[in-house]
Design a binder for this molecule. Sequence first.
Ligand code: 5GP
Length: 124
Amino acid sequence: MKYDTDNIFAKILRGEIPCKKIYESDHALAFKDINPQAKIHILVIPKGPYVNMDDFSQNAKNEEIIDFIRALGEVSKLAGVSEYAQGKGYRYISNNGPDGGQEVPHLHFHMVGGESLGRMLSKK
Ligand code: 5GP
């Protein structure tokens, strides 16, 4: 799979487009989603050029994978929804490929929470 260096998250990573940053580590960046689907909606992305989970899980270095998974935990904590922040829970979603409804071709996890999220799937 070829990575499109012009995708919107690549531009955010290069600082060409602003974002409301929540968290940053060596290999991950988290920022608010521009069109929130829940009271709290944060995107967590690896800094490396990975199209989706297939690409990341196969091709990322172990240190990038570890850092990214830890970033997911840090973000839910910073957002106040994790057990470590006495929060009430949250949901991570990663859309991959056409059936997954992925729009931006740079791996990202949506962290949604801050309210009860109901059932997991609604196929619209
Ligand atoms: P996908 O459908 O690919 O899983 O999710 C892409 C997400 O990126 C959407 O939730 C959309 O609102 C968000 N998004 C698209 N463009 C921008 C942008 O320029 N800035 C931010 N912060 N989020 C964006």
